[in-house]
Structures are given as C-alpha cells and as structure tokens.
Design a protein around this ligand. Structure first.
Ligand SMILES: NC(=O)c1ccc[n+]([C@@H]2O[C@H](COP(=O)([O-])OP(=O)(O)OC[C@H]3O[C@@H](n4cnc5c(N)ncnc54)[C@H](OP(=O)(O)O)[C@@H]3O)[C@@H](O)[C@H]2O)c1
Length: 324
C-alpha cells in the first residue's frame, strides 16, 4: 500500500510517500481502508517530535481518518467488515490502510461523506467540549474565539453559533475573519493590527468565555477582556509560545481558567462524550459540515502539512487516498 513515511523528525518537507506492506490488525484492533484523512496541527508537531506524545521513527504520520472496515483482529466482534467508520490514532492515518484500536473508531454521522467525516471528529468534538463540557457556555453569552478561521477555531465558531452564543472572532487577517463571519461570527478582530483586549471589551462589554487554540501573547490579552467570573478555556498553542498568565488577573475578577484535552475525554467523562456525540449528530442532521478548504492527493502530503505549518490554511485540509 501507499503511505506517508517519516524517517527523521523535522519539517513536513521531509515526509515522503513509500510503498509499505499492508498492516495486520492485532488483538483488539481493526483494519480500515482509508478513504480520506484530515490534517490537524498536531500532525505537524508529531512529525517534528514537538508533541506531548512521541511517535517512534520511522512512522506513517496522520491521525484522523474516515474509511471502511476491511478486517477485524482477535477479540473484536464489530463494527462489521464493510462498515463505514471514522477514527483517530496518534499516527498511521496518511495511508491507504490503517490499523486502529476498536475503541478509537466511531460511526460516521448520517449526512457526512468520507472527506467531511475525516475532517469532523477531532475539531468538532474539541469545539463542543471546550464550549459546553468545560466552558459551560449558555445561549446568549459572548464567546471570543482565537484563531477563528483555523481547524479548531472554525469549528468553535460554527458550534457556538448553533448553540445560540454571540461570537467575536479573532484572526490574523480580514480574509480569515471573513471565513469566521460566514460561519456565524457577529464581529471580527484582526489581532495583528488591532488591540485584542480593547476590541473584545468594546464589542462585547467583556466576554463571558474565551476559547483559545492559539496561545502566545493573544492568550493574556483575551483573558484580560473577560468580564467578572468569565471563563477561559485553553485548547492549544498554535502560536508556538505557551503563555504564562499572572494569577492576580484570575484572582481579581474571579475568573476560571480551564484546559481541554480530547484524547482522554472518552475515558474520563463517558456521559459528556455521549452528550457531545448526540448534540453534534443533531447539528449535522441540521446541515452542519466542517469547512474543508482544500483536498489533496496522498502524493502531496508534504505540501498539505507545510501549508498548515505555515499558517496558510483555513478550516481543514483533507488528503483523499483515491485522488490523483
Ligand atoms: N486540546 C485538544 O484536544 C486539541 C484538539 C485539536 C487541536 N488542538 C490544538 O489546537 C491548536 C490548533 O489546531 P488546529 O488543528 O485548529 O490548527 P490550524 O487549523 O492550523 O489553526 C491554528 C490557527 O492558529 C493561528 N496561529 C497563530 N499563530 C500561528 C502560528 N505561528 N502557526 C500556525 N498557526 C498560527 C492561525 O490563525 P491566524 O493566522 O488567524 O492567527 C491558525 O488558523 C493546535 O495547537 C493543536 O495542537 C488541541
């Protein structure tokens, strides 16, 4: 089978496409023929060995995929061979076949094709939990979303709007803000040219909630724009710099700062997981689709990852295995 191949940690330009043996599912595992795989920012970090968890070399990058079950390993009774599934693993998804633990698979919500199914789960689950499970979002509140045209950011804007929140989007250009506005953001702030704290306060009177997948200097500016007892949810550091927040800011306004990490939520909070799956499936039935801005063939895996690493993408980029 064809698969992306990383033999040395570093920038995405070092990733090639190789001809590999098909993997075999072990105990508790399932073999999936991958139709589409989405690029997430963590794929760039894993290739550079800058992620929280390492993928041992050499390896096939790629975490999020959608495809069809082709074989079951020992001890696995379903999903049946032929079932469409989506899933997420640490690595291995940028390939024509991937092996995944059965618990990493989930059914594809009705209405999503393979490309959109591949792009859906990581960002939309993260968005829902950051807003609702962790952020306690309530209809009518103002949420400020950083990196609002990115994968996670665009999903947060989309879900928040559908939950009846007012969204102020922050991003690095007018063009990127237009993407967030299209998804429902009522206001936009170009945080490279405008003062983020001042503008959030002007537009919202003080945000109730901040969702931050970016970090860097923007985090503290957004936290300072919260109203009393506001909530700040950190979900990632696409900026590269991990902010250090002076705790006096948190104390003075009774703020709440919380984090969200998607990989553990299924084990830590099965009830919230079920609630999120139900709510998101309902939104998909109502027409919600992840924003897929580009589809690349597997042969262009390095180009797709480079575009994400260089901040040139909006929404999600998807690799389609059958595309030439
Ligand atoms: N906690 C979780 O469970 C979870 C789940 C998924 C992802 N994440 C994390 O969330 C973050 C965003 O992931 P994503 O998949 O949404 O990434 P993405 O699609 O690349 O979006 C990231 C956004 O961050 C902004 N950004 C600011 N500085 C940047 C820089 N130096 N390089 C690249 N982007 C920069 C960009 O928007 P502007 O140009 O408009 O600033 C970009 O749209 C990552 O850190 C990822 O690891 C966490």
């Amino acid at each position: 089978m064809k698969a992306a191949w990383c033999v040395e940690y570093g920038p995405p330009s070092g990733i090639s496409v190789a001809e590999l043996d098909e993997p075999e599912p072990g105990t508790g595992e399932v073999l999936v023929r991958v139709h589409a795989a989405a690029v997430n920012y963590p794929d760039v970090l894993i290739a550079a060995n800058h992620y929280q968890v390492s993928a041992p070399l050499p390896f096939t990058p790629g975490s999020e995929f959608a495809g069809v079950v082709t074989a079951l390993g020992a001890g696995v009774t379903g999903p049946a061979v032929g079932s469409p599934v989506a899933g997420a693993v640490l690595s291995g998804a940028f390939a024509e076949q991937v092996v995944a633990p059965v618990e990493a698979l989930r059914p594809i919500p009705d209405g999503l094709d393979m490309v959109h199914a591949a792009a859906f789960h990581v960002t939309y689950t993260t968005a829902y939990h950051a807003l609702v499970t962790i952020g306690g979002a309530t209809a009518g509140e103002w949420v400020a979303v950083l990196g609002a045209s990115g994968g996670v950011g665009s999903a947060v804007v989309d879900v928040a709007t559908r939950l009846g929140l007012h969204v102020v989007a922050a991003a690095s250009s007018e063009q990127r803000l237009a993407v967030a506005r299209k998804l429902g953001a009522e206001a936009g702030i170009d945080y490279l040219r405008e003062d983020l704290k001042t503008r959030i306060r002007e537009l919202t009177g003080g945000a109730h909630l901040v969702i931050d997948p970016v970090g860097g200097d923007h985090a503290e500016a957004a936290l300072r724009a919260l109203r009393r007892a506001g909530r700040f949810v950190t979900v990632g550091f696409a900026d590269g710099a991990i902010p250090r927040i002076p705790l006096n800011l948190v104390l003075l306004k009774n703020l709440v700062v919380r984090g969200f990490e998607a990989r553990m939520i299924r084990h830590e909070d099965p009830e919230a997981t079920l609630a999120a799956e139900r709510a998101l499936a309902g939104m998909v039935r109502d027409g919600m689709r992840p924003l897929v801005s580009r589809v690349h063939p597997l042969s262009d895996v390095a180009g797709a990852l480079t575009a994400v690493a260089e901040r040139r993408t909006t929404g999600k980029i998807v690799l389609e295995m059958a595309a030439r």
